[in-house]
Design a protein around this ligand. Structure first.
Ligand code: GLV
Length: 346
């Protein structure tokens, strides 16, 4: 009946498997094309499949550039299973009338858990100690073995004080840390009225005063290489830098140089400029803890992220603006373009 009115189910590409059963909810509602592997699709495969689709549920490893969009005139919606969306050319998506959504809110605590875990691992040399034992280097207890630095009572500087930065601050309070933060928006009056803690400062003051610096801002044209040579020259030589946001917020070359010169005590990185490539110097230096972009990687959180992306897609193709739209100005054009392909029995 609907077909006779020229309405058909949207065709949706899911570029990766996901933990949990969120994707199953789509199967009766849309025509599904699922890539049945956790391994990302290669660029050619992605373009070939995407050409035939009205929407896509994609992950950070899928780079949806203007070129990809230009090959896919049928594409109307991109539901990114991530809070960051630097893998998508948002300006181009807006130009082509493609709605983009992300998955904020469900991964804050999980990402802050990892950031705090990295902070502890670096300060107390946990990963190094693990390697030491596995390499059979431990032959006696010694007073000077694997001396690290204390975490409790120290100063933590949080760069980017959104949901994840604030979750990090809550963890720091349990360790009696002083918390400083900086972010692009000034603090609200209620934030200024609350106790002296956490305290809003400039980026330079934060870098000069913190024992630990944890980065939680999104990557965009204002934050690309926000932490570069000049900024690294301001930090205390005993400080530890943690990055769980995006690699390119830190100038990796400048970071390697700073570590070589002993400008910092250590770094703990979950994200890198050219993932999955990690500079060889980082892999060989002591005082460096590395993880493979796993900030949100818990079963519960990754399942919730997939669920949020599925809900966004079902909502949009049923004619309602979903909650987490990155380019809201595209909504009218999306609604216009998706008239002939709708989910009608949500
Ligand atoms: C993970 O890095 C995300 O942006 O969700």
């Amino acid at each position: 009946m609907l077909e006779s009115l020229g309405v058909s189910k949207p065709r949706i590409l899911v570029t990766s498997k996901h933990p949990g059963d969120a994707i199953d909810a789509l199967s009766n509602q849309v025509a599904l094309d699922v890539h049945c592997s956790f391994e990302p699709m290669n660029h050619h495969e992605l373009c070939e499949h995407l050409k035939e689709c009205d929407g896509v549920i994609c992950v950070l490893a899928d780079h949806i550039t203007e070129y990809v969009m230009s090959l896919c005139p049928r594409l109307k919606m991109i539901a990114n299973v991530a809070v960051g969306y630097d893998n998508i050319d948002i300006e181009a998506a807006t130009k082509y009338g493609i709605l983009v959504t992300n998955t904020p809110g469900v991964l804050d605590e999980t990402t802050a858990d990892l950031a705090f875990g990295l902070l502890l691992a670096c300060a107390r040399r946990i990963a190094e100690g693990d390697r030491f034992i596995r390499q059979d280097k431990w032959n006696s207890w010694r007073c000077d073995l694997m001396l690290g630095v204390d975490v409790f009572g120290k100063t933590l500087g949080i760069v980017g004080y959104g949901r994840i930065g604030q979750a990090m601050a809550r963890r720091a309070q349990g360790f009696a840390m002083q918390v400083l933060y900086c972010r692009s928006q000034p603090p609200s009056s209620s934030e200024l009225e609350t106790t002296s803690h956490p305290r809003h400062v400039s980026l330079d003051e934060l870098l000069e005063s913190s024992d630990f610096i944890s980065i939680h801002c999104p990557l965009n044209k204002h934050t690309h290489h926000l932490i570069g040579k000049r900024e690294l020259s301001l930090v205390k030589p005993e400080s530890i830098l943690i990055n769980t946001s995006r690699g390119a917020v830190v100038d990796e070359t400048a970071l390697v140089e700073a570590l070589k010169k002993g400008r910092l005590r250590g770094v703990a990185l979950d994200v890198f400029e050219q993932e999955p490539c990690v500079p060889v110097e980082l892999k060989t230096m002591d005082g460096v803890v590395l993880t493979p972009h796993i900030g949100s990687a818990s079963v519960e959180t990754r399942s919730a992220m997939a669920r949020l992306a599925v809900d966004a897609l079902m909502c949009a193709f049923a004619g309602q603006m979903p909650p987490h739209v990155v380019n809201q100005e595209t909504w009218r054009s999306f609604a216009e373009r998706s008239r002939g392909c709708l989910i009608t029995n949500q």
